[in-house]
Write a protein that binds this ligand. Structure first.
Ligand code: SAM
Length: 258
């Protein structure tokens, strides 16, 4: 156990919270500078926008349900409302039997996909193993720590039995058992370029013909400059694949030919 872990229980919560906020802010400054040096200050949002009915004409009449608890969304790590509703719409219309999500976080998106798919649908959602995640972050050059419970929004819900949580530890994750099996893949984990690129390459192997890949954070705000990685990666892919931005959202989407 590190000295920090031993000391932490004795530090009053408000002081600990201010310390964490300070660490995150200073880390963001460093990360932002590094990203701007590497990739330039601005990314161009070059994808053509399409509404969901244009992307899925067969789902023009579809409707979705939103838990009242999901209406207010003040956690910037989670999808905002328009994106969450659009993801629910894509799920409701495409009725995937298998879903793979990169980046569970607290499970809001996982639960939304679970609520809008059939009872038989199997959902796999990957996040950093809580036992090793802070060591993982340290090894990857991040100076903050994580303390949330991955998937807590769907734990003890009726949809929980459809969802399998997968864990990335300190060794590479073996995706090969899932190749060619997924009807819907959501890419929403580490948004910096090398990670999005790696996750996207895997996503394209996971998805089956006729399936759908969705990326969150194709567009983004200054507070999250790391998301330039998503924009760059998706723009590069869009040179050879028909990828669209879902209208008035930050989501990008690719429907794989059947
Ligand atoms: C933006 S959050 C996901 C938000 C979630 N989809 C939602 O909107 O409710 C990103 C998540 O990816 C996780 N993460 C970071 N690096 C990862 C990696 N290499 N593989 C999988 N998950 C990762 C983080 O721990 C975090 O929970």
């Amino acid at each position: 156990m590190s000295w920090k872990s031993r000391v932490r229980p004795f530090i009053p919560k408000p002081i600990m919270q201010r310390y964490i906020a300070w660490r995150v802010a200073s880390n963001q400054k460093t990360v932002r500078q590094r990203l701007f040096d590497q990739y330039g200050r601005y990314a161009e949002y070059t994808l053509t926008q399409r509404s969901l009915p244009e992307l899925f004409p067969e789902g023009r009449q579809a409707s979705i349900e939103v838990p009242v608890a999901s209406i207010v969304r003040d956690d910037t790590m989670e999808m905002p409302l328009a994106e969450l509703l659009s993801l629910a719409g894509v799920t409701q219309i495409s009725q995937p039997k298998t879903i793979f999500e990169f980046g569970t976080y607290m499970g809001a998106t996982t639960r939304m996909m679970a609520q809008h798919s059939s009872p038989e649908t199997k959902i796999y959602t990957l996040d950093l193993d809580i036992k090793t995640r802070n060591e993982y972050l340290r090894r990857n050059g991040y100076q903050f720590e994580l303390s949330f419970t991955p998937g807590q929004h769907f734990h003890n819900t009726p949809e929980a039995s459809k969802i399998s949580q997968l864990w990335l530890g300190l060794e590479p994750f073996d995706f090969s058992p899932y190749y060619g099996q997924m009807d819907l893949v959501l890419v929403d984990a580490d948004h910096s370029y090398p990670f999005v690129k790696a996750d996207t390459e895997v996503a394209l192997k996971l998805v089956r013909p006729g399936g759908v890949v969705v990326w969150d954070d194709y567009t983004w705000v200054d507070a999250h400059p790391e998301c330039v990685g998503v924009t760059r990666c998706v723009n590069e892919l869009a040179d050879r694949l028909p990828i669209y931005r879902i209208q008035q959202t930050r989501l990008a989407i690719y429907r794989v030919p059947a």
